[in-house]
Design a protein around this ligand. Structure first.
Ligand code: GSH
Length: 215
């Protein structure tokens, strides 16, 4: 059975849990507590699994896979149904560009290690840290909302009425934004997509509160 090293609140691990559930692939969750004792991601045993000290990592037999989007594409290649990447090249670039705008342009700025560095090394206050967080989320999601609206390609989900990799990445980011009290009113399309997704069992079962390590 595959083993997923993750943390209930990690949005990158959340993406992979959704993809595994959509594919109907059984997996064992191995919690890596990102805060306890300075962070279990820095332990020697976890660094042997992922030298980057980040979750998720997926173990498939003797292979350790890292980077949530690479893992999701691997799962899509190994378990083609239901496809998370559409077949048409223009559909593919569209959903990938949504996924990457979150995974590359929003999420890394607000990752735990970045927030920690701002507070511990640069000495910014908790209020300033929250302002930083909300700034990048609200800017990034605002631009993504605009992108979706101008493209006019969304239906129940980001691309029409079928779940794709775009939705798999949107949902955890919207969850995070809600957790950090970002104002989601300016992003009605993204919020509605996230609300429709979470009604699906594969998404609901992957959410932070449903994880064994949830606090
Ligand atoms: N680009 C990576 C990001 C992984 C990542 O940043 N994971 C976060 C949790 S969402 C983490 O492990 N943070 C630990 C830390 O910042 O120390 C991916 O998509 O897998």
């Amino acid at each position: 059975m595959m083993r997923l090293y993750g943390y209930f609140r990690s949005s990158a691990a959340f993406r992979v849990r959704i993809a595994l559930n959509l594919k109907g692939v059984a997996f064992e969750s191995v919690p890596v507590h990102l805060l306890k004792g300075g962070g279990e991601q820095f332990s020697e045993s976890y660094r042997r699994i992922n030298p980057a000290s980040l979750v998720p990592a997926l173990e498939d037999d003797a292979h350790v896979l890292t980077q949530s989007l690479a893992i999701i594409e691997y799962l899509d290649e190994r378990f083609p149904e239901p496809a998370l990447l559409p077949s048409d090249p223009l559909d593919r670039v569209y959903v990938r560009s949504i996924a990457l705008s979150i995974a590359c342009d929003i999420h890394p700025l607000n990752n735990l290690r970045v927030l920690r560095y701002l507070v511990r090394e640069l000495g910014i206050s908790d209020e300033a840290k929250s302002a930083w967080y909300r700034h990048w989320v609200e800017l990034g999601l605002g631009q993504l909302e605009q992108f979706l609206v101008s493209a006019g390609r969304s239906g129940r989900f980001a691309l029409g009425d079928r779940v794709t990799i775009a939705d798999v990445v949107i949902v955890p980011q919207v969850f995070n934004a809600r957790r950090f009290d970002c104002d989601l009113a300016p992003f009605p399309t993204l919020s509605a997509i996230a609300d429709r997704c979470i009604e699906l069992e594969a998404f609901a079962r992957a959410q932070p509160s449903a994880q064994p390590d949830s606090e």
